[in-house]
Design a protein around this ligand. Structure first.
Ligand SMILES: *[C@@H]1O[C@H](CO)[C@@H](O)[C@H](O)[C@H]1NC(C)=O
Ligand SMILES: *[C@@H]1O[C@H](CO)[C@@H](O)[C@H](O)[C@H]1NC(C)=O
Ligand SMILES: *[C@@H]1O[C@H](CO)[C@@H](O)[C@H](O)[C@H]1NC(C)=O
Ligand SMILES: *[C@@H]1O[C@H](CO)[C@@H](O)[C@H](O)[C@H]1NC(C)=O
Ligand SMILES: *[C@@H]1O[C@H](CO)[C@@H](O)[C@H](O)[C@H]1NC(C)=O
Ligand SMILES: *[C@@H]1O[C@H](CO)[C@@H](O)[C@H](O)[C@H]1NC(C)=O
Ligand SMILES: *[C@@H]1O[C@H](CO)[C@@H](O)[C@H](O)[C@H]1NC(C)=O
Ligand SMILES: *[C@@H]1O[C@H](CO)[C@@H](O)[C@H](O)[C@H]1NC(C)=O
Ligand SMILES: *[C@@H]1O[C@H](CO)[C@@H](O)[C@H](O)[C@H]1NC(C)=O
Length: 449
């Protein structure tokens, strides 16, 4: 009862209750949705209809939580093609696609699902339908059978990842499911921040501003992303991480359907998880990133190590066996030039040469390889046997730790946490080639002086 009273006190819900006429969960060829109508999922968790963001008069088709008193849009169809008035119509057209039209442009839709898997016969028989599921997924069915999906909104995320939605990449087709921020709180158009899985090294998510990396999650460590220590397994979420020949993806399920929790990337470049609390508290942050100065991508350069605990001092240090490339820049607290191997170190191939870094966020995986079957001893041996190896660690931190992850190039974007992270073993031995280049370089520098 308390819940209902709270809902009624919200003008947004009053608007819903009195303005809208439709309340089925399905759109059919015979039944289109005009501005003012809404579609409500079976258990009344989500609603679909036309909305305007705060401080905007433009109209968009979106999906929002039906039971959350603060208008919270989780998906937008025509995010880059708004309608200027309330003449919009969402319908299923002759080809079976979901389309949005406004009064003036009746032939060319403002937006279309553009699905290719639609049967012309089913469309001609008006058998196509779109259903808003209780997960918040809008699904287009090409015919009577609900086993075939022609299109679904979960495949075209906007700025929000809902429980049971998949982010990641299809290795075969190259299709990538990722989030993109709104332009501003008034404009859901495609903004400049995106949260996207990168497959150029071992899989990890990056937060990008345009094409520039801002922050990365680090690789999956069996429990969570290496760079999201706050994401501990708990009784609320069940996480499904898949990495096989077909795809790499992650799904966060939620055990209790009455808990509303979403991951979003917002227009200020923050990616984070929020959970709804009744009783006036609204959406409360669960975790978010970037959070501190060491989350900035590659802030301490190659072979640098960022430590936020050193607040009074300079946040950048060098990994064991390395020293600042430019002592002057370092002194001026600019760590972006990174570090180089200390001179006079043992040469590669001359025995053991690892120093443990604890509570580390694993370096960028661009040059890394993983083998889940190798143990940590074999992993170390493998690293020792190859002069290109720069570091090794366990690929999976569950239990005693298992698997092997090895880096064969520059160690970039390493940081430390007060709690969380894992042991990383950088190779402190010099590599023959590096010494040679270094020697040459110094000789050249001396000559030119
Ligand atoms: C749609 O309407 C047409 C004509 O009114 C009717 O023949 C057809 O059965 C309807 N289809 C559905 C799926 O309701
Ligand atoms: C809407 O505009 C008002 C007045 O300019 C401002 O205080 C408020 O923060 C704006 N709301 C959003 C969501 O931007
Ligand atoms: C909405 O208005 C803007 C600016 O007046 C115009 O450029 C745009 O074409 C209009 N959009 C539609 C769908 O009519
Ligand atoms: C649908 O396809 C048309 C033509 O290829 C394209 O202009 C339009 O942007 C597409 N719409 C969506 C929502 O992808
Ligand atoms: C359309 O639906 C009707 C009723 O369920 C069915 O008999 C018919 O075979 C369907 N036609 C097509 C082309 O899917
Ligand atoms: C689910 O959460 C609601 C409220 O948060 C709580 O009342 C209910 O007992 C929970 N259900 C289960 C099965 O944990
Ligand atoms: C962006 O998201 C963060 C974390 O979710 C939140 O603290 C912050 O207020 C948001 N900023 C805006 C402008 O919405
Ligand atoms: C803090 O920085 C100083 C100077 O760079 C370094 O010697 C020290 O080890 C750092 N402390 C920690 C906790 O990393
Ligand atoms: C060392 O590892 C690299 C990268 O995996 C590989 O290309 C190279 O052949 C290896 N070298 C030796 C001597 O095994």
């Amino acid at each position: 009862m308390y819940h209902e009273i709270k809902l009624l006190s919200s003008s947004f819900v009053l608007f819903l209750l009195f303005q809208f006429s439709t309340s089925t969960d399905t759109i059919t060829s015979n039944q289109s949705i005009k501005d003012g109508d809404i579609v409500i999922s079976n258990a009344k968790s989500f609603a679909l209809g036309f909305f305007s963001p705060d401080n905007s008069t433009k109209r968009y088709v979106g999906i929002w939580y039906y039971k959350v008193s603060e208008q919270t849009v989780v998906w937008v169809a025509n995010r880059d093609s708004p309608i200027n008035d309330t003449s919009g119509i969402l319908s299923i057209d002759r080809t079976g696609n979901l389309v949005i039209h406004d009064r003036r442009q009746n032939n060319i839709p403002l937006w279309s699902t553009n699905a290719s898997a639609l049967s012309a016969a089913a469309a001609a028989a008006n058998n196509c339908s779109a259903q808003l599921l209780d997960s918040g997924n809008l699904v287009l069915f090409p015919g009577d059978s609900k086993r075939v999906v022609a299109w679904q909104s979960f495949d075209y995320p906007t700025n929000t990842m809902l429980p049971d939605m998949k982010l990641g990449a299809d290795r075969r087709t190259g299709l990538n499911w990722f989030l993109t921020s709104w332009k501003s709180r008034e404009d859901p158009g495609t903004g400049e921040y995106s949260y996207k899985m990168d497959l150029s090294g071992l899989p990890e998510f990056f937060l990008y501003k345009g094409s520039d990396p801002v922050w990365r999650t680090g690789p999956w460590n069996g429990l969570r992303w290496s760079g999201v220590p706050a994401m501990n397994p708990n009784s609320i979420f069940n996480v499904i991480y898949v990495d096989n020949d077909d795809e790499v993806s992650v799904i966060y399920g939620i055990h209790n359907a009455s808990i509303f929790s979403r991951l979003m990337v917002n227009e200020t470049g923050i990616v984070g998880r929020l959970t709804w609390h009744d009783g006036g508290r609204g959406w409360v942050g669960f975790w978010s990133s970037p959070k501190d100065t060491c989350d900035e991508y590659n802030g301490c350069g190659a072979y640098g190590d960022c430590d936020p605990r050193n607040a009074s001092d300079f946040k950048c240090t060098c990994l064991p066996g390395f020293e600042p490339k430019s002592a002057r820049d370092w002194y001026m607290r600019d760590g972006s030039g990174g570090c180089v191997r200390k001179r006079g170190r043992q040469v590669c191939g001359s025995g053991d040469g690892f120093v443990k870094v604890t509570n580390a966020k694993l370096p960028d995986t661009l040059t890394a390889r993983a083998d889940q079957k190798l143990g940590i001893k074999a992993c170390k041996e493998l690293c020792l046997s190859n002069c290109s190896c720069t570091a090794y660690t366990n690929a999976d931190i569950r239990g005693e730790g298992s698997g092997c992850m090895i880096w064969y190039g520059e160690l970039v974007d390493t940081r430390e946490y007060t709690n969380g992270g894992q042991d990383l073993y950088p190779n402190i031995r010099s590599q023959k080639r590096v010494i040679k280049i270094g020697g040459w370089w110094q000789l050249l520098q001396r000559l030119s002086l």
